[in-house]
Design a protein around this ligand. Structure first.
Ligand SMILES: *Cc1c(COP(=O)(O)O)cnc(C)c1O
Length: 380
């Protein structure tokens, strides 16, 4: 189906094309100088001490879980209202995901109080996810983590260019993980980045990104090494030079992309207030500067979401749901540790959530048309 207005759209042009062409002509395609340049640029942008480019955010999250030492029997507290990769990364290590409630109708992020209520002697870490690029309460979550000796990992897949107290989201905890998947705020097709300020964690991440080997093909190519040892159980989570080249260009455009997303978000809010006051707009008065990755609304209680989305579809507007709750998926329900976990508040809010189109190229007229269509769908 071709949508009059799709949910998301990328913004790539001649600069990205020539960056990729340049890499192909250089004849060095695997992780090398361009990747290093991309990592340096991201490090500077984020303010983190170390940055490692990887295949995607899921692998970044997996590496983060391994690097902080998660193992079977450990418990990790996380929200259920997130993409399944947040929980999968924990499960890859054999640790147990413990789902905690979100804060409120106006804040769909994990609730610090709910985190505290889930802490047991087995708790090792907290995995937060900055929903839509809106900041979790990091000062409070870091305080809780300090008091209980827990590690904080940030799923910052939505948060490239999101800040709280002038500090980029993803740089508050021990490791932060960003996604450059096609529908994210900046893209490399598939791609991701892990950042940390902790030298030990950085060394571990570097090792396990590339088979646990002590030298890289790139080092050997440059004559820096002849052979290698394998000192850890590693993976192949390396990005390639074509993606890194696209990432460099996209990173330079990120602020202007995000500024457009913020303007569009503001227009949505103003128009919705006028025509659809019964709609709840989460994160409307949220602290920090959001990358505005998603624009989400909560339908009035009792409104039929399926019918609403069908009406939007008939108007040519693609909508989505962020997210089907992880603890309700069949795979997770099969796990007795998960099956007994209930999240009545998250479940009640999540069933009213609808995601509207948001991307830098969305025009003012598009937003007007979308809000008109929402009003018609609600008041038909
Ligand atoms: C997109 C996304 C991921 C996974 O990112 P990939 O780069 O596709 O692996 C993880 N968590 C959240 C919240 C996401 O939105």
């Amino acid at each position: 189906m071709t949508w009059r207005i799709p949910l998301a759209d990328i913004d790539v042009g001649e600069e990205e094309i020539s960056a990729v062409t340049g890499v192909l002509k250089s004849r060095w395609l695997t992780m090398g100088a361009v990747t290093q340049e991309f990592e340096e640029a991201f490090k500077e942008y984020s303010g983190a001490k170390y940055a490692l480019a990887v295949t995607n955010a899921t692998t970044a999250l997996h590496m983060a879980c391994v690097a902080v030492g998660l193992k079977p029997g450990d418990e990790v507290i996380l929200p259920s209202l997130t993409f399944v990769a947040t929980a999968n990364a924990i499960c890859y290590t054999g640790a147990t995901p413990i789902f905690a409630e979100i804060s409120s109708e106006s804040n769909l992020n994990i609730s610090p109080k709910a985190i505290e209520s889930k802490i047991t002697p087995k708790t090792r870490a907290i995995m937060v996810m900055h929903y839509g690029g809106y900041a979790c309460d990091m000062p409070e979550i870091m305080r809780i983590a300090d008091v209980h000796g827990l590690t904080v990992i940030e799923d910052a897949a939505h948060a490239s260019g999101s800040f709280l107290d002038s500090k980029m989201l993803g740089t508050w905890g021990r490791v932060g993980c960003y996604s450059f998947f096609s529908n994210k705020n900046m893209t490399t097709g598939e791609g991701g980045m892990a950042v940390t300020n902790d030298e030990e964690v950085f060394k571990k991440l570097s090792l396990i990104r590339s088979h646990g080997m002590t030298s890289l093909t790139w080092d050997r190519h440059r004559g820096h090494a002849w052979s290698y040892d394998v000192v850890d159980l590693g993976y192949n989570y390396r990005i390639d030079e074509m993606r890194a080249a696209v990432g460099l260009v996209q990173l330079h455009k990120l602020d202007s992309f995000n500024e457009k997303r913020r303007k569009i978000t503001k227009r949505y809010i103003d128009l919705l207030h006028e025509s659809c006051p019964e709609i709840i707009i989460p994160f409307e008065h949220h602290p920090g500067i959001s990358a505005c990755h998603l624009f989400v609304i909560l339908l009035p209680e009792g409104c039929d979401r399926f019918d609403f989305m069908e009406r939007m579809k008939a108007a040519g507007i693609q909508t989505s749901i962020h997210y089907p709750l992880i603890h309700r998926f069949s795979y997770y329900q099969n796990d007795p540790f998960v099956a007994c976990q209930n999240l009545p508040f998250t479940e009640k809010i999540a069933e009213r959530e609808v995601t509207l189109p948001l991307y830098p190229g969305l025009t003012e007229n598009d937003v007007t048309y979308i809000v008109q269509s929402i009003a018609e769908a609600l008041h038909h």
